[in-house]
Design a protein around this ligand. Structure first.
Ligand SMILES: [Ca+2]
Ligand SMILES: [Ca+2]
Ligand SMILES: [Ca+2]
Length: 351
């Protein structure tokens, strides 16, 4: 009897507990491999985005170096500098140190962030035929021709303008075959408006800011630098003096701009000594609106919103919020939402 009973109790399959354990293990393995694959995909998207940004960055640097060469060597450009120097408007708007002003305006037009940047040089183009700096209005016309503004989404604009400038704009004798370097997953028309834009590996448009000074100094003129933002978005720039404008390291252009403003508001050239602080401050505000935040480092920024798809910066066309200077989005108490900024990918993160 005992023998029979033992034989009857011999297990013929898995007990319920064993089955549950096995199912649990399988479930655990599926979850783990899902997480691992997910991480791998995320990492490869990050790498792909960095590669796209690095290519755009190199093209921008190439243009910038090209400009520096032609500015000094090309007679046509030099003629423009001379014209720029002579026009009365240049003086009244503060372009006293004409070379710095000309450089800022020309580079901004050749690497536009906003539509109005395409006209940055209108005042000197004069409609004449120019090979190196073509009439600015032509670029504006070209961009607008065939552009379906009813479909256009604002977050695509800076990327579309950058793509347009690199493929159709002023090349300063650099290669104009920029389009060949990108694949169909790096350049798309995500809003279907007939203008291509650079996109990250998550399919979101990259953003471009020519003078991202509000990312260094979110409070604007006189406020302190934001070390968290600098460490996150511009780690490779920490060796530079971020309290200075690299175009104007001695602040000479800024001083001339302020002086010019004081001459304008105290006619006929009767500037009180010392000049009223309110007037100097108003000049600095005008400088920020015309160029960028005074005495602040600036380099062209190419940025992806990262895996979370949230940029955390005002869009470039949003001038009321200093979007053209890459102002971080703040809540009603003025607090920056750093959480959405940490995963952003830029061209100054060691690439
Ligand atoms: Ca668009
Ligand atoms: Ca588009
Ligand atoms: Ca983000």
């Amino acid at each position: 009897m005992r023998h029979h009973r033992t034989a009857n109790r011999q297990p013929v399959g898995f007990t319920l507990v064993e089955l549950l354990v096995v199912i649990g293990i399988i479930g655990f393995l599926i979850t783990i491999s899902g997480v691992i694959i997910g991480n791998m995909l995320g990492t490869s998207k990050e790498a792909a985005t960095k590669a796209t940004i690095a290519k755009v960055h190199e093209l921008i640097m190439e243009r910038s170096r090209g400009f520096d060469v032609v500015q000094d060597s090309n007679a046509q450009v030099y003629k423009n500098v001379e014209r720029f120097k002579r026009i009365p408007d240049a003086k009244s708007t503060g372009f006293v140190d004409y070379r710095v002003g000309f450089r800022k305006a020309t580079l901004r037009q050749s690497m536009p962030t906003r539509l109005l940047d395409l006209n940055a040089l209108t005042m000197i183009s004069g409609g004449s035929s120019q090979t190196v700096v073509p009439p600015a209005t032509q670029l504006y016309t070209d961009f607008n021709t065939g552009w379906d503004t009813t479909k256009h989404q604002p977050e695509t604009l800076s990327s579309e303008l950058m793509y347009f400038a690199l493929t159709n704009g002023i090349a300063f004798f650099q290669a104009t075959n920029a389009a060949d370097q990108f694949t169909s997953s790096e350049v798309m028309d995500t809003d279907g408006d007939g203008r291509m834009e650079f996109v990250d590996a998550w399919g979101k448009p990259l953003r471009f800011y020519f003078n991202p000074t509000r990312l260094f100094r979110p409070g604007g003129n006189g406020a302190s630098l934001d070390q968290t933002l600098i460490t996150t978005m511009f780690p490779s720039l920490s060796k530079y003096n971020l309290n200075s404008d690299p175009d104007d390291p001695n602040g000479k252009f800024l001083q001339e701009f302020i002086r010019n403003y004081l001459v304008r508001v105290n006619p006929p050239n009767n500037i009180p000594s010392p000049p009223p602080a309110a007037q100097v401050n108003a000049a600095l505000v005008e400088f920020e609106n015309t160029f960028h935040t005074p005495s602040t480092y600036q380099v062209p920024l190419v940025v992806s919103a990262g895996p979370d798809g949230e940029l955390g910066l005002y869009e470039a066309p949003d001038a009321a919020n200093f979007g053209h200077l890459a102002q971080p989005i703040t809540d009603s108490t003025g607090t920056i939402n750093y959480d959405v900024l940490y995963d952003n990918i830029t061209n100054y993160q060691g690439i």
